[in-house]
Ligand binder design. Structure first.
Ligand SMILES: O=P(O)(O)OC[C@H]1O[C@H](O[C@H]2O[C@H](CO)[C@@H](O)[C@H](O)[C@H]2O)[C@H](O)[C@@H](O)[C@@H]1O
Length: 261
């Protein structure tokens, strides 16, 4: 059995060439796009990532064709997304939903003070385990172990200690684990963006690649939208798969091409 058939067996299937443009036409859709692993290939370190000019141009063109209904939905902070996509700036949900910048520029932000108790200990933990990297994003604290994969369990244990406190949780990702406030998820962030202009009244599409994206898939499925998981075939709430960020870009180019027609 081919990979495609196996996927169909799991309910999800690979999107065919140009299929996204048919499933989610620009005139009626709102596009929500995860960043790392979806729009951009995974790199050794978070700071190695930047959006190339063709991608920025594609997203800008799409955003215009969608009447502005295109948002980034990321685990990164919104300010970080702005740097990665500069000079472009899109409506964005950052920190797994803990902060949102709406299309009109209004912002909601989570308190960073909630991480104050954990910050010094996790900083020391990273300093005393060479190769680990603490990414302090203010309202969340991420410990990256890509250079020391054998420390995954220790990293999780260090975070779990703080996640026992009410309202906190550990978010797992690709060679990273992160302390965050449990109430914030990508699904609730997409819901908030979709309720506001220019997204409201449109059918949502969400493309993501990681565990943090599953709440987004759940919400978008409930809203009758299109959900796509990028990368390895496996258990997911998404209805479709794409192989990698290049395949995502190819699908988005097809959507952009329909804007010329
Ligand atoms: O929700 P996303 O936009 O996918 O962001 C998830 C995390 O992405 C970044 O970390 C990941 O990408 C890095 C660069 O490719 C990679 O080095 C790291 O191992 C990955 O976990 C970012 O640093 C995190 O803050 C995001 O939560």
């Amino acid at each position: 059995m081919g990979v495609d058939a196996q996927c169909r067996g799991l309910v999800s299937s690979f999107l065919q060439a140009g299929e996204l443009a048919q499933l989610a036409p620009a005139a009626a859709s709102a596009y929500f796009l995860d960043v790392d692993g979806t729009l951009l290939e995974i790199k050794p370190r978070p700071q190695d990532v930047s959006a190339d000019a063709p991608l920025r141009e594609l997203l800008s063109r799409l955003a215009a064709g969608l009447n502005g209904a295109l948002a980034l939905v990321s685990g990164r902070a919104v300010d970080d997304l702005d740097q990665i996509f500069a000079p472009c700036s899109f409506p964005s949900a950052g920190l797994h939903g803990a902060e949102i910048r709406f299309a009109d520029g209004a912002r909601s932000r989570a308190e960073s003070a909630v991480m104050d108790a954990a910050r010094p200990e996790l900083r020391l933990f990273a300093q005393t385990h060479p190769g680990l990297m603490l990414e302090d994003k203010g309202a969340t604290l991420a410990l990256h172990y890509r250079q020391r994969p054998e420390l995954a369990d220790e990293v999780r244990a260090a975070l779990e200690k703080f996640a026992r406190r009410p309202g906190l949780a550990v978010q797992e990702g690709k060679m990273v684990a992160e302390l965050k406030q449990a109430q914030y998820e990508k699904g609730t962030a997409i819901e908030a963006l979709l309720a506001a202009r220019p997204f409201c009244g449109r059918t949502p599409v969400f493309i993501g690649d990681d565990l943090t994206d599953e709440s987004g898939f759940d919400f978008v499925n409930r809203a009758g939208g299109v959900t796509i998981r990028v990368g390895a075939v496996g258990p997911t709430a998404a209805r479709f798969f794409l192989s990698d960020p290049l395949a995502v870009r190819t699908q988005l180019r097809h959507v952009a091409a329909t804007l010329d027609a």
